[in-house]
Design a protein around this ligand. Structure first.
Ligand code: 13P
Ligand code: SF4
Length: 302
């Protein structure tokens, strides 16, 4: 065990803390986490933990969601600058404008959004539960925010619904091009393409499997194939290789790297546990409003 790992182990005990990490944070951070997971898995597990403190190794919308769902816990944010740009790609006024146009409307919001935006939405979804949740909604019209690519993918699976999209995107996933995939397939003939639904439609059209980070890991782990082409952020390689030591995984693009997730370091985790700061704070009124669509997600995803 390294000095940092030993220090973190001690601090977790002293602070009654648990570390949650997303699959995109650096390998050494995933290695010290008590739980690693996709956005839905982490939001859900956070509601079941006995510890008083959650140290969240992920981008801001993840620690915000953990605080909204667990207001009595201290949620530490090891690096407050680790923010997802997509979370800011829609405004409350956009929602107000679309609500004014449709009576029978559900505002469906990807969890990659700010707490402020969540206040105005009907239900939150993640890439692993969006299809299930939207298909259960009684409304015909779905305003899907902020990610247009995930929205269009869900719309393609639910032709009975009418979707209105927002022009949000993930710069990491949209950096993967159709040509990248074509070249990777030519270089590694016969390999299956596993893609995250934040990728563009022309990339998804070439995928053999489309799913969340945990979906991709599960698919590759359960498959008898021995090698795969991976269309998501490359932090997933840590768990893919751990679970599948004999299998090969190839990236397809040149920028499958989320700079914000990579801002989380072991030293920042140590510092946050030592000082118990910074901690996520959200005023009670905002928290209550944002909790309603998050709780609806947890109920509908069951
Ligand atoms: P999931 O881990 O839920 O698939 O989300 C990917 C992502 O981009 C998180 O920011
Ligand atoms: Fe946001 Fe994309 Fe990074 Fe996920 S990978 S946190 S969607 S920028």
């Amino acid at each position: 065990m390294s000095t940092e790992e030993e220090k973190i182990r001690q601090l977790k005990e002293e602070r009654d803390a648990v570390i949650l990490a997303h699959y995109y944070v650096p390998d050494e951070v995933q290695a010290v986490a008590d739980y690693i997971g996709d956005s839905y898995g982490l939001a859900k597990i956070a509601t079941t933990l006995p510890q008083k403190t959650i140290c969240f190794a992920g981008v801001t919308f993840m620690s915000e969601s953990a605080k909204i769902l667990n207001p009595d816990k201290t949620v530490l944010v090891p690096e407050p600058m680790a923010d997802c740009p997509m979370a800011h790609m829609v405004e409350p006024e956009d929602i107000e404008a679309v609500r004014g146009q449709y009576e029978d409307l559900a505002v469906v919001c990807y969890i990659n959004s700010t707490a402020e935006i969540k206040k105005y939405c009907d239900v939150i979804v993640t890439s692993s539960n969006a299809l299930k949740i939207v298909s259960k909604l009684p409304q015909k019209n779905i305003y899907f925010i902020p990610d247009e690519n995930l929205g269009r993918y869900i719309a393609s699976q639910l032709p009975e619904k009418h979707f209105i999209f927002n022009e949000g995107f993930c710069h990491v996933h949209t950096s993967i091009t159709k040509e990248n995939v074509e070249r990777a397939k030519a270089a590694h003939p016969g390999l299956k393409v596993l893609a995250h639904p934040e990728c563009k439609a022309d990339v998804l059209a070439q995928a053999d499997y489309i799913g969340s980070t945990s979906g991709i890991i599960k698919y590759a782990t359960e498959s008898e194939d021995q090698a795969f082409l991976i269309c998501t952020e490359l932090g997933v390689l840590y768990d893919l290789r751990r679970k599948n030591p004999g299998k090969q995984f190839y990236s397809v693009g040149h920028r499958q790297f989320c700079p914000n997730m990579k801002r989380i370091t072991l030293n920042k985790i140590i510092k946050s546990l030592e000082t118990m700061a910074p901690a996520m704070e959200i005023d009670a009124a905002s928290r209550e409003k944002a909790a309603a669509p998050l709780k609806k997600m947890l109920a509908l995803a069951e």
